[in-house]
Write a protein that binds this ligand. Sequence first.
Ligand SMILES: Cc1cc2nc3c(=O)[nH]c(=O)nc-3n(C[C@H](O)[C@H](O)[C@H](O)COP(=O)(O)OP(=O)(O)OC[C@H]3O[C@@H](n4cnc5c(N)ncnc54)[C@H](O)[C@@H]3O)c2cc1C
Length: 342
Amino acid sequence: MNVAIAGAGLVGRVLALNLLNNGYTITLYDSDTAYGEEAAGITAAGMLAVFAELESAESIIFDIGQRSIELWPSLLEQLNIMESFQHKGSIITAHPQDASELDHFISTLQSKVEEASKIKMLNKEEIMALEPDLDQHSKGFYLPHEGQVDAQVFMKTSSDYLLAHPNVTWHERTEVTSLSEGTINIGEETYNYDWVFDARGLGANVEMKDLRGVRGEVFWLEAPEVKISRPTRMLHPRYKIYIVPRPNNRYIIGATEIESEDKSPMSVRSSLELLSAVYSMHTGFAEARIVNMTTNCRPAFKDNLPKIEHADKLTRINGLYRHGYLMAPAIVEQALNEGIYK
Ligand SMILES: Cc1cc2nc3c(=O)[nH]c(=O)nc-3n(C[C@H](O)[C@H](O)[C@H](O)COP(=O)(O)OP(=O)(O)OC[C@H]3O[C@@H](n4cnc5c(N)ncnc54)[C@H](O)[C@@H]3O)c2cc1C
């Protein structure tokens, strides 16, 4: 079967990797280049935060996220990048004056999923046993089962893999102007396929009118004086930050969440908030070097939940919001089983 995928971002790639394993021939269309930075999937921190995201998300993401965590290793094995998968939990902490944030956090989680009842408050020694550098923090939580995928390694390696695959044709810098059941339209031209997938993220808002963008900004810091090995979040009444470790003493610091489709560079307000929060979390960030600042928009529907839509020879997957890495493998599995594999 000849299959077309509109959008070679995170969802498009996870789809392509699955379909190739099942013998399909794939044509990818993306308005960006294969190594471009348009996809939200390349800006992402790649956290697999099954528990932590429940603070502001529906409990359904817990089950979807757990299934994705089971599925990620085989996808990464296919690309030969197992080292970009980390599955050793994450840490939640707060400054002493914001300790009530921790209580609120855990009671929200416990009201949503039973598994959260096993999460216990850690004292200073217990935090330091996991992350010795977090010695300024006297209370926190360890969230087991959480992890991360190195999003940037996944995106780069999947580009290499798909470009080199004999059953893949990748049309770069090719904007899909519209699509329908079994057809892709590029300007005046129409191309027919046995099945079409719409994985254009925010770019699908021409046809999915209730799709919106939620702006997120992240810093990349190089901080040799900081040694944090797990994704770590700091709760705060006004802004919440996370620190996600990457190789070579690098850390992704994020992320803002702004109701806007503006992808312009980071604002002064966001940079002041993110940097002062990260410095208050670990003074070793004072001498860190700012190696990058990136901005992108998460594709989201009103309820911030993902949507799969099927028609004859057509599947649309969208609205993965701030949970693309957490949910894509499981959502794609569901979409394929309900659609083309049925
Ligand atoms: C700052 C930030 C941090 C994030 N951190 C995390 C995290 O830690 N964990 C997590 O799980 N998720 C995270 N996310 C969310 C995650 O990145 C998204 O949910 C995910 O990328 C959505 O995948 P997608 O494939 O739908 O869209 P995208 O990844 O945006 O891909 C869409 C693709 O479609 C292409 N396209 C658009 N329009 C067209 C068109 N007309 N024709 C052809 N191609 C088109 C684009 O060029 C792009 O390549 C984060 C997002 C942001 C912005």
